[in-house]
Ligand binder design. Sequence first.
Ligand code: FES
Length: 165
Amino acid sequence: MDEAALQQALKDTQNLGEMPDADAVGTVGSPDCGDMVRMWIKYKEKDGQKVIDKASFQSFGCQTAIAVASIATQLIRGKTKEEALSLSAEELSKPLGPLPPMKIHCGQMVEGALRAALEAEQKAAAVPAAAPVVADQSGTLADALSAAGKTQGKIKIVLTSERKD
Ligand code: FES
């Protein structure tokens, strides 16, 4: 893994925080390390195509997960849903170089959150408008972790409300 690229991504983390007007949200947690990533996506129309306008994330994960999520939210801007779905964890984390074996799941978690968000929007389009999009996606990631009783221990909490981009 490229340590300098990791440090740069952490120093200049992009698109961190909730997106209140998002079209879709997806959350993935790792049962092994207890970390979670939540990703929000907003679409727009461009040249008659629906593309990703912007994406944001919250993570209580390790630094690698935060760096990959930051890179991923930049990488998928302007892509169609299909293009974003075709991206692998390796592609999303490519600027960081090959991840060491212990960190591979960090990139996979970001890929999973992205897929969950992309697929949640697909499901939302297929159900009546009155139906909840994804019932368990309300609240913040902190709420989800609190509910799961995982606010203590080794989880690193990233305070997103203090950051202004
Ligand atoms: S997300 Fe579990 S160690 Fe990185």
